[in-house]
Design a binder for this molecule. Structure first.
Ligand code: 26V
Length: 803
């Protein structure tokens, strides 16, 4: 028999206010006259959290009772951002919570802004995992997210004289009120040591050292509170906190050293999403969380099932990129060494249970581990990987060398994940097609049914409903709120694009967002911005393939042109950049400095009369995106075609009524289909054209010679016009553009310039612009992450939702 104490849902703001006061007093231990903003935020969070607990228990009970297939989403990164406002909205108490808090004399926005972002991810891959958590709960799919509880998330960025400076991020400095530490759930995770043969395929692995993986759970309530899943994050703890004998000998620091070493495994998120560095600590992180998760899900499976052959019917494990791919070997190891299965049987079961998502085709980003490193950190896993590789070779005797898992002393994790998985998916139609034609061409030929496409999506709860209340209310007034869980409903807005009243509403909502953003940016030193200017936004990680450089070159060229023709009817533009560079990525950091230097020059030029501004607020993160996206008129999605696997920011902007300027890359291709080519600004070389340009080594000279605007900007950069005190500063960028333009910035410059001038023109036709904006919103139904999750459930996981 089990009893649940359920807190009654408040009927009105007074009741909620009294729950908040109760927590302020009894949980936080503060009287109102001494409470800080954080105290109020924590009290509110506890009051809200109380309301998600009973539904959470219900979901867990139901999923056991009905014995449905469970999905486990293994991801090294969950870029969640803030939790409070989303939770309040998801359980339908947004207005009441605001009234309650304001009734207590607190400013709603300021209290919400007090919450630190949980930045446990680098960018797209981690944010996708967070959107998927929201959708798995909203569609009622029994699922767990598994990841790492990093002490320090993605570094904090600041600019010193325009250069990026990184500092440690400290999201856990304040209590994290959403999580529950499960002290009873701890697994011993071993590393190194020796392997001795056992019976049959089994072996005995005696690790040389070990840490404990400690579980922390966060409830993830779906929309309407109908279903709540769990995000379980692992923190590394030492087996012994402290070595008393060393302490007693006076070695106070040494006494704690082994413990500190153990804790480093979950200390910090690797901030480099460009090239895996083959670092031992990274491999240990990957194994640590994969092994803990697999042990945990096996424990749950074994509660109600004795027959291991049922595993693929009851469990689906999704590998979010290759970061948890060592889990392939771990699951097989557990089945052989702990459950006495043969290798062949274990392999078959694992391959029925595991699925792998690929998020990037860039060869340098594909993970490989040195054989020696694997041998020293995970000797038993290396044996199993060798067995998998041999088996694959035996089954495919003519397989080409590129399909090997182990080759030239390296373990290729992409091949391991592919060979060990039932389904392998790309994240947009174009990306999946390129997977089949390039990186995985040979494996695809051997296993033609394995690769499927599941185009990414984003949650409309966070990315419209919560972050853009003006637009949300406008939509609700016209078509009701069914779109929040059925985004295809937005189609109903399409005819309204032709209605002046609706366009007016759209205009007003956008303008209010731009005013709010301008004030926020002004507080961060951006000066006064004109809310009637075109807000042109590029926010994403700083990567050469994403081509922030193309954007700033065009900005500088525009500046030149405006100075030459000051009397032309230039529309006002604000160029907004946001994004972090990996700390070791020198070229990306130099591009940041270039943007800031060019920006400083332009912003100081009074002859422009404020018609061109460049702003780059530091420390872009999820909560900054929530402010920028609703206020954007133009969304920059200008990657080198063939290199951006999908993009998800592109979807968020369109949903919020921004028009896109973009290449035919990633999901831009599908966005064009959804909104129609006349409602999106597509330019530049296609993926096939880029490939052809590169085939014989791309030579940028003709492109530079043919475009005097481009030639001039490059010369300005090289001559030190933007870095007068240090004329050589940007020589490297000039050199790259002239001699190693791998990302074909120069090849696309003219087309980009031309389309930007078309955009200037389109901006002047306000009604038409708003019509396009409305059609963009109306066409975004298919980019809900609910759709993505339903696709995974049907085509990959074979799992049913609880509805
Ligand atoms: C890569 C690596 C390389 C090894 C070292 C650590 C590390 C950490 C993160 C990454 C992430 C690169 C992959 C990635 O984020 N891909 C992005 O995935 C998005 C979601 O599918 C997609 O929208 C973006 O286009 C894609 O770049």
């Amino acid at each position: 028999m089990s009893f649940t104490h359920a807190v009654t849902r408040p009927e009105n703001a007074d009741e909620l206010a009294s729950a908040i006061l109760g927590h302020l007093t009894y949980t936080i231990g503060k009287p109102t006259d001494a409470a800080t903003r954080s105290d109020w935020r924590l009290a509110l969070t506890h009051a809200i959290r109380d309301l998600v607990i009973a539904p959470w228990f219900d979901s867990v009970r139901r999923s056991y009772a009905e014995d449905r297939k469970r999905v486990y989403y293994l991801s090294m990164e969950f870029l969640i951002g803030r939790l409070l406002e989303d939770a309040v909205d998801n359980i339908g108490l947004g207005d009441m919570a605001r009234d309650a808090l304001e009734g207590l004399g607190q400013d709603w926005r300021e209290v919400l802004d007090d919450e630190p972002d949980a930045a446990l991810g680098n960018g797209g891959l981690g944010r996708l995992a967070a959107c998927f958590l929201d959708s798995m709960s909203t569609v009622g799919l029994p699922a767990h997210g598994y990841g790492i509880r990093y002490d320090h998330g993605l570094f904090r960025q600041s600019f010193h004289d325009g250069w990026q400076v990184e500092e440690a991020e400290e999201w856990l400095r304040q209590a994290h009120p959403w999580e529950f530490q499960r002290r009873e759930v701890q697994y011993r995770i071993g590393f190194g040591g020796t392997v001795t043969p056992g019976e049959g395929d089994a072996a005995h692995w005696e690790p040389g050292d070990a840490v404990l993986a400690a579980a922390y759970d966060t409830p993830v309530p779906g929309w309407g509170g109908k279903w709540t899943n769990t995000l379980r994050l692992w923190s590394a703890k030492p087996e012994r906190l402290f070595e008393l004998d060393r302490f007693n000998q006076g070695d106070f620091v040494g006494a704690a050293a082994p413990a500190i070493l153990a804790q480093t495994i979950s200390r910090v998120l690797y901030p480099d999403d460009t090239t895996p560095q083959g670092k031992e600590l990274r491999l240990k992180q990957e194994y640590f969380f994969s092994a803990a998760s697999i042990r945990d899900l096996m424990r749950r499976f074994l509660i109600d099932h004795e027959d291991l052959s049922q595993l693929p019917d009851k469990v689906a494990i999704q590998l979010n990129d290759t970061h948890p791919a060592i889990g392939v070997a771990e699951l097989i190891r557990v089945l052989i060494d702990d459950h006495g299965m043969s290798f062949d049987a274990a392999f078959e079961l694992a391959r029925g249970t595991l699925h792998y998502t690929n998020h990037t085709l860039m060869p340098e980003a594909l993970e490989r581990w040195g054989w020696d490193l694997m041998q020293s950190v995970l000797p038993r896993h290396l044996q199993i990987i060798e067995m998998i590789d041999r088996r694959h070779e035996a089954e495919n005797p003519d397989r080409p060398d590129v399909t090997r898992i182990i080759d030239h002393g390296e373990i290729r994790m992409g091949n391991l994940a592919f060979i060990g998985s039932c389904r392998v998916n790309g994240v947009s139609a174009l990306h999946t097609d390129l997977m089949k034609r390039t990186v995985f061409a040979d494996l695809h030929a051997l296993h033609p049914d394995r690769i499927v496409n599941v185009t990414n999506g984003v949650t409309p709860r966070r990315w419209i409903n919560t972050c853009n209340p003006g637009l949300r209310n406008l939509i609700n007034d016209r078509i009701g709120d069914g779109w929040v869980t059925d985004l295809d409903e937005l189609e109903k807005l399409r005819p309204l694009a032709d209605e002046a009243g609706f366009r007016e509403g759209l205009d007003a909502a956008k303008r209010a967002n731009k005013v709010r953003l301008s004030n926020w940016l002004a507080d961060r030193g951006a000066g006064t911005l004109d809310p009637d200017a075109l807000f042109d936004v590029q926010i994403k990680r700083l990567h050469e393939y994403k081509r922030q450089l193309l954007n700033i070159l065009e900005t500088a060229a525009l500046w030149n042109e405006m100075r030459e023709h000051p009397d032309r009817d230039w529309p006002s533009r604000v160029k907004i950049f946001g994004g972090k560079a990996a700390p070791g990525y020198a070229q990306a950091k130099l591009i940041i400095k270039l943007i800031n230097d060019i920006g400083a020059k332009i912003n100081a030029d009074e002859s422009l009369r404020g018609r061109l501004k460049v702003v780059y607020p530091a420390n872009y993160n999820v909560s900054m995106a929530e402010k920028l996206i609703p206020a954007a008129d133009l969304s920059e999605q200008i990657s080198t075609a063939g290199m951006e696997a999908s993009g998800t920011g592109n979807m968020k902007f369109s949903m919020n009524g921004a028009l896109t300027v973009g290449t035919l890359d990633g999901a831009n291709v599908e966005i064009r289909e959804a909104v129609g080519p006349e409602n999106i600004f597509i330019f530049g070389k296609t993926a096939d054209e880029v490939h052809a340009l590169r085939e014989h080594g791309y030579d940028s000279r003709p492109a530079i010679e043919a475009d005097p605007r481009l030639a001039r900007v490059i010369s300005q950069i090289e001559s030190g016009e933007f870095s007068p005190g240090d004329p050589d500063r940007f020589k490297g960028i000039g050199d790259t553009l002239r001699h190693h333009d791998w990302f074909v910035v120069t090849a696309d410059f003219s087309a980009y310039w031309a389309i930007q001038r078309r955009i200037d023109d389109a901006w002047k036709h306000r009604e038409d612009w708003l019509r396009k904006s409305a059609i963009n919103i109306a066409g975004m139904g298919r980019f809900s992450s609910d759709r993505s999750i339903r696709n995974y459930a049907e085509r990959v996981w074979q799992a049913e939702t609880m509805e």
